[in-house]
Design a protein around this ligand. Structure first.
Ligand SMILES: NC(=O)c1ccc[n+]([C@@H]2O[C@H](COP(=O)([O-])OP(=O)(O)OC[C@H]3O[C@@H](n4cnc5c(N)ncnc54)[C@H](O)[C@@H]3O)[C@@H](O)[C@H]2O)c1
Ligand SMILES: CC(C)CCC[C@@H](C)[C@H]1CC[C@H]2[C@@H]3[C@H](O)C=C4C[C@@H](O)CC[C@]4(C)[C@H]3CC[C@]12C
Length: 368
């Protein structure tokens, strides 16, 4: 990669490049990776915004494709130096079947690995998730832990199960011989809850608040910390890993890194209010307004309704037993592994991340 780097000959592939995180990775690569010759963006659904990128100095190739189709993945990967695999089904609301989640997240990742091996791509970065670790089914807190903190990572929900399996596949593939005889170098990044421009769940909460007359009602105690990280910093970490993986293959290959920045430790709802507050919403209550047992009951009722209504419509509210457990269990990270291994420092300060996110919420349809 070193020779091609000098002549700006690098070809990158971003799977899921039209998703929330993927778009930020794509834009960050175009801004911060001067050695790029071609950027391939592979996604099931291509965004119209890709057109505007095609006028720049880097060749931007949009590929409509499905990671579950091995031949489509292999065709997209062939000739790429680096693959950033962010594509995935992020569904904790029961919108898709467990089988489909497995097929996209696990089989899709296996297809990406095999494509690298068969076509000779040496560097693979996988977007994993904090959910690979926890919160676990026992609801045990993970308080400002790092990559080595002991924790019982036991899951039942299809999404974390699929992410954990896929991550394992990626890490086990490190060192496999690719076409041409050189070893594959892989690593996995584990973001906590990502926020920032384009975050659909933030949009949903905003609209819910507007519907409720500018109010949201506290459901989770303020003392429960939920880890959050700004999307621009997650994208930056992907770009840095991609850049450094060749030179630090022995150190970074087969490693996992939590994605972190200087976003404050807060509860999920209090954190959201950092952006929704300046946009006119108010979080009512210093304590949860409903007893926890009632929330558990409502969450269970939602699951029942989802099942009953399935033949007629898709009922997928934000509250279900799984999302309640995640929101109600402390899970935060405190680590400097990415700094030690590849010199990561957040590109965006907390103030910048907050300002950018507020500006974006203000542009969301329905905003005052
Ligand atoms: N959003 C978060 O808080 C968060 C946190 C941790 C990890 N992650 C991980 O980051 C990655 C990106 O998440 P996101 O929040 O941007 O989700 P997203 O849904 O916005 O983006 C995922 C992208 O993958 C594409 N995709 C889905 N199925 C595909 C398929 N079969 N073939 C090709 N493309 C397909 C989608 O079209 C979409 O553009 C995921 O792997 C997710 O597990 C997200
Ligand atoms: C109880 C209700 C009032 C609040 C419900 C909030 C709930 C929808 C939120 C809370 C925490 C969120 C998850 C968390 O930020 C981290 C991730 C990891 C990532 O890989 C996928 C998204 C996910 C699961 C967030 C989904 C939405 C959650 C559960």
């Amino acid at each position: 990669m070193a020779d091609s780097a000098q002549t700006q000959e690098l070809v990158y592939l971003v799977t899921g490049g039209c998703g929330f995180l993927g778009e930020h990775v794509v834009r960050m690569l175009l801004q911060r990776e001067p050695r790029l010759r071609e950027l391939r963006i592979f996604d099931l659904h291509l965004g119209p915004w890709l057109e505007e990128l095609k006028t720049g100095p880097v060749q931007v190739t949009a590929i409509q494709g499905d990671v579950t189709q091995a031949h489509e993945v292999a065709a997209a990967v062939a000739g790429a130096h680096v693959v950033i695999h962010t594509a995935g089904l992020v569904d904790v609301f029961g919108k898709t079947s467990p089988e489909t989640i497995h097929e996209v997240n696990v089989q899709g990742t296996q297809n990406v690995i095999e494509a690298c091996v068969q076509t000779g791509t040496r560097f693979l970065i996988y977007t994993s998730s904090m959910e690979v670790v926890g919160p676990n089914i026992k609801g045990q807190p993970f308080y400002r832990g790092n990559e080595n903190t002991p924790y019982e990572a036991v899951h039942r929900h299809p999404y974390p199960c699929s992410k954990a399996l896929a991550e394992r596949l990626v890490l086990e593939a490190n060192g496999r011989e690719v076409l041409g005889g050189l070893p594959l170098v892989t690593c996995a990044l584990r973001p906590t809850g990502i926020y920032g421009e384009g975050h659909q769940i933030m949009r949903d909460f905003y609209h819910q608040g507007l519907r409720l007359g500018g109010r949201l009602f506290r459901a989770i105690p303020a003392s429960v910390e939920h880890g959050r990280v700004y999307v621009g910093n997650v994208a930056w970490m992907h770009v840095l890993v991609a850049r450094e993986l060749e030179h630090r293959a022995a150190l970074m290959g087969g490693q996992v890194y939590f994605c972190y920045d200087n976003s404050p430790y807060k509860s999920y709802e209090d954190f959201n209010m950092e952006f929704l507050g300046p946009c006119g919403l108010r979080l009512v209550g210093t304590r949860p307004l409903m007893p926890y047992w009632l929330l558990v009951l409502l969450a269970a009722l939602n699951t029942l309704l989802q099942w009953l209504l399935r033949p007629l419509m898709l009922y997928a509210p934000l509250l279900n037993p799984y999302t309640l457990a995640v929101a109600n269990t402390t899970f935060t990270v405190s680590t400097d592994k990415a700094r030690r291994h590849f010199g990561y420092e957040p590109l965006f300060s907390w103030e910048e991340s907050r300002t950018r996110t507020i500006r974006w919420v203000q542009t969301v349809e329905g905003s005052a």
